[in-house]
Design a protein around this ligand. Sequence first.
Ligand SMILES: O=C(O)CCC(=O)C(=O)O
Ligand SMILES: [Fe+2]
Length: 318
Amino acid sequence: MSIPLIDFEKLTSSNQAVSQEEIQALDSACREIGFFYLVNSSLSPALMKKLMGAAQRFFAQPDKVKRAIDIKNSPNHRGYGGIGEEQLDEVSHADWKETFDMALDLAKDHPLVGKYPAMYGPNQNPSDPLVVEVLQDYYVAAFEVAQKVLMAMAQALKLEPGFFTRCFTDHVTVLRMIHYPPRPADDHHNGAGAHTDYGCITLLLQDMIGGLQVKNRRGEWVDATPVENALVVNIGDLMQRWTNDEYVSTSHRVVSPLSGVDRYSFPFFVEPDYETNVACVPSCFSADKPAKYAPILSGDWIQSRFDATYAYREKSSS
Ligand SMILES: O=C(O)CCC(=O)C(=O)O
Ligand SMILES: [Fe+2]
């Protein structure tokens, strides 16, 4: 019950025998633990390194500079979130982490912004244009990887390859940078409290510090030990719902680094268009296994989860 390794080159190989075998392995990983390492992806190690550098530069700035793009001032959840802002584990402590979120940038007069102002709209960009450029480059490159993984998942689920990717025209995929500062010696160690991700799939880039743990089916916390240049991919709640619980959205958490150590990570939360109708996929229900969940709009689902974990959104929506 550890985290399997999936090879992106094999997954996308033009040799059918090779790709089919890897798609099978992907399918098992999604059913059994809901997590896998993705190696040999098309994301270049140079771009990963640049993103790491950009995060270090961004978070090292004075608090006042980061607060100029405070997520609290963004109706659509973009920008900087300070330490203690988010509490992923609903029963314990706020997380020891600071964050920056960006997604597709839509102008305020775009019809979707008028319709769903809590999800669509402009980004709040860092002032350093080099940081912005790296974020945008990474967003595009990671999105390509995500689309190929979703195509492989569709094939694994015996659906047409474009079953999921066709829902990504005005998608709300978020690139997040996270900085976990060393925790105070006498305090709790929730870097990120135990939680499941809300969306479809998450592609996580992490540095080599470690701290991410995944709960396997036996209820044991397994270390997602960093593998150089690999992404950690996991299934989110929306995909679990879409597949009638065939693919599992698994709880995970981050233990804060020890004193003197900073950790950086970069989740890429892959989330479809707001108006995607998430109804049980055809291959996941039968007379013996009826659909467990009512259809729901993807955006309605994701928004309800945001509101539950961010104090300021809960207040503003009540
Ligand atoms: O930082 C990590 O390794 C994981 C973060 C995470 O699980 C999340 O932000 O949803
Ligand atoms: Fe997560």
